[in-house]
Write a protein of this length. Structure first.
Lengths: 340, 383
């Protein structure tokens, strides 16, 4: 069985409140909050980027296990805000983590599902015998143009997973992926901010792909939503995961722990994985977790994860980390995002 | 006499799975099927569209329609901003007046939601004067100036305008082709975000996709065989200055007044004979002005009259307005709107308006405006 051996996450300490942004633009805070279900979001500092956050989360993932790092022969870095257009962040990450040089490294991009796609590749590399361990990071310093809806949602964060075949905390029981050419959100080469198709990013994009991916996995495994202790979905805003979970047949109690978007925003390729973090804080041995990502462009990866008794050894506090925060005002936010 | 013998409209809304000409094809196929006409029985086509040239670099639409319809007949495109549909209908009517025993197909269509709001708004601004565009005035801004002036002059508030949207959303809830099927309250309108003060989101018609088509004929033998038919008693076009600043009065649309006076004169009926009307409510203020300028209400009294909702379906009024939901709730694919308005009157006159069917309808009026009043088309139908 291949699965997850250890995990780590990083949430920058800065937060900007939705109300701070609505006040700048003369928008009604209650309307925006009701529409997006986001009250504040995490913001990486001016000296942070997707790579520094990846280093933090990956260091955390490797901090509480004793393994021979030379057995990590795959380092995959999923992001849509890699620091370089050309020059891999995965090698920089591996170098700073002290992983030996005999490894395969690559950066992946598939909007918000760059990291879960990399998880699928990583587990295949382990299954094939290429490597004993693989490190996968999802990390983003999400950018949204000022006065765009994304300004309320695009956030920063990073999650790293160490995959392996022994001493697992989460077994990957099965997985499925679903993709199509659906341009709902994009950023062209050389363009700083992403563009999106407004409501087009909903029904024919997020909902269609997640529902297709999830239903395909349910059919393949014979499992149904009621079989899972938790459901975790990509969170571009607070509404979409609730709606898609409901349409698939999950109850709100199954997903409520995962809804980090309400207070952290959408950390893009780390978003669904970040939703998994509070779930792992309380999941019990034997629990089944349904994890489903979404990446614009578009595709969705679904996973059936089973919690093992080893989770108790490597469980990490989530809420206490989230609560360590410092609020910034709008000018400080612009500075942190290097917009001014 | 010219008669409308069939009408078909696509659903209006965000129709992402269909292109402009997919929508046109659906409308053509739909109206031909409904009237049992073949493509070979169509003698000419008139197509109302505003934005295909601006947004998708497609101007030679007559040739594309020839390809869809598989015919080599005369096909013309009419453009008069949001009155493109009404203008196409007027040209079709004039074509029939000049030619005996002909069947014409009139289509209006627009594809707007595939483009960013910025692109669509910039495209729509092509209907304003160069000076207004340079000043950064959008149509929301132009109608907001009109609304501010009207509310100030006649001592009304934003609440007076809100009743228009409440009524039209109620009507939209009864029309399965409408973009918005949700009923709203005055409070909903007043709480919605400002687009351009005093106009809010719920005072404003949306950006929409859609296509509508009618068959019009002056072939008496064909008309006799038709189950559904409505006579075209008048179709009048009037124009006015493109710039708001050149108008003598901005609490009225002069082109509407002129077109309406001519239409009633030609139709030889009175205002009180009209049972149903589709008026151009691109913004709530526009319906108030339309009701006054068409002569249904006295100038300055529209803000007061709308409060009791005499023009709402089910309230027992003699004149029910915008049963389709109007531009506000049915949606506003600009080239299609003028044809949808005429089509809605046709449905009412022929008893096909289903849940929103007004009783004992004999005469109906459609009112289509281009820009901020640079063009107005008034069409009167009867049975």
């Amino acid at each position: 069985m291949v699965g997850i051996v250890s995990y780590g996450f990083y949430i920058p300490k800065y937060r900007i409140k939705t109300e701070e942004i609505t006040n700048v633009w003369g928008k009604n805070y209650e309307d925006v909050k009701k529409s997006l279900l986001i009250t504040e979001k995490a913001v990486a500092g001016v000296d942070e980027d997707s790579l520094t956050m990846a280093f933090e989360s990956a260091s955390s993932a490797l901090s509480n296990i004793k393994i021979d790092k030379s057995k990590i022969k795959a380092v995959l870095f999923g992001s849509e805000t890699h620091p370089y257009a050309v020059n891999p962040a995965s090698t920089i990450l591996a170098e700073f983590l002290g992983i030996e040089k005999n490894y395969l490294a690559y950066d992946t991009e598939f909007a918000c599902k760059a990291a879960t796609g990399a998880v699928i590749s990583a587990q295949a590399l382990i299954k094939s015998g290429y490597t004993d361990y693989a490190l996968v990071t999802g990390s983003d310093k999400g950018m949204g143009k000022t006065h765009d809806t994304l300004e309320y949602t695009a956030a920063s964060g990073s999650v790293s997973l160490l995959l392996g075949k022994d001493d697992l905390i989460l077994e990957i029981m099965d997985l499925e992926s679903f993709s199509s050419d659906t341009p709902d959100f994009w950023r062209r080469e050389g363009i700083r901010y992403p563009s999106h198709g407004g409501r087009f990013s909903g029904k024919p994009s997020y909902f269609y792909h997640i529902e297709s991916s999830a239903k395909s996995l349910f059919k393949k495994t014979g499992l149904k939503p009621a079989d899972f202790a938790f459901g975790v979905f990509h969170m571009p805003n607070g509404k979409f995961p609730i709606q898609v979970a409901g349409s698939l047949g999950f109850t709100h109690s199954q997903i409520q722990d995962s809804l980090v978007v309400n207070y952290l925003g959408n950390s893009y390729s780390a978003s669904a994985l970040m939703g998994l973090m509070p779930v792992l804080e309380k999941a019990k041995t034997g629990d089944l977790i349904f994890l489903c990502s979404y990446g614009s462009g578009a595709g969705s990866d679904s996973f059936v994860l089973k919690v093992t008794k080893n989770l108790n050894k490597r469980r990490k506090e989530f809420k206490t980390i989230v609560d360590k925060k410092k609020y910034i005002n709008y000018p400080a936010y612009l500075k942190a995002m290097e917009m001014i | 006499m010219n008669y409308i013998t069939g009408y078909y409209t696509t659903k209006f809304g965000e129709i992402w799975e269909k292109s402009l000409f997919d929508l046109v094809k659906e409308a053509i196929t739909g109206v031909l099927k409904q009237t049992n006409l073949t493509n070979k029985q169509i003698d000419a086509v008139f197509f109302g569209n505003m934005l295909a040239g601006v947004l998708e670099n497609n101007l030679h639409s007559p040739s594309k329609i020839s390809e869809i319809l598989k015919v080599n007949i005369p096909i013309f495109r009419a453009e008069a901003a949001c009155a493109s549909g009404g203008a196409a209908f007027n040209l079709a009517k004039n074509y029939l007046d000049a030619n005996r025993n002909k069947n014409v197909l009139v289509i209006g269509a627009e594809k707007m939601t595939d483009y960013s709001p910025e692109e669509a708004i910039t495209g729509l601004s092509a209907a304003a004067s160069g000076e207004e565009q340079e000043a950064g005035l959008t149509f929301s801004g132009l109608y907001a100036m009109i609304a501010n002036y009207y509310l100030e002059k006649y001592s009304y508030s934003e609440k007076n305008l809100a009743y228009v949207s409440v009524k039209n959303h109620f009507h939209g809830s009864l029309n399965d082709k409408a973009q918005f099927r949700r009923k709203i309250t005055v409070e909903d309108v007043l709480k919605s975000a400002y687009v351009a003060y005093p106009l809010k989101v719920l005072d404003s018609s949306p950006i929409s996709d859609g296509a509508s088509a009618v068959i019009m004929t002056n072939n008496p033998d064909w008309v006799k065989k038709q189950k559904y038919k409505a006579a075209v008693l008048a179709s009048e076009v009037a124009t006015d200055t493109i710039s708001l600043k050149e108008r003598k009065n901005i609490d009225e649309i002069l082109a509407t007044k002129i077109a309406a006076n001519n239409a009633f004169k030609n139709a030889k009926i009175d205002r009180t004979d009209i049972n149903v009307a589709e008026v151009h409510d691109c913004f709530s203020i526009a319906e108030i002005l339309a009701m006054e300028d068409l002569g249904f209400w006295k100038k300055g009294e529209g803000g007061e009259n709308i409060i009791e909702q005499p023009t709402m379906f089910g309230n027992g009024g003699n004149l029910i307005v915008n049963t389709s939901g109007g531009l506000k709730a049915a949606g506003h694919p600009v080239g299609a709107t003028g044809i949808k308005q005429i089509g809605e009157i046709f449905l009412q006159l022929t008893g096909q308006a289903e849940k929103r069917q007004v009783k004992n309808v004999k005469y109906g009026l459609a009112h289509n405006v281009g820009g901020s009043g640079g063009t107005a088309v008034v069409t009167i139908l009867g049975i």
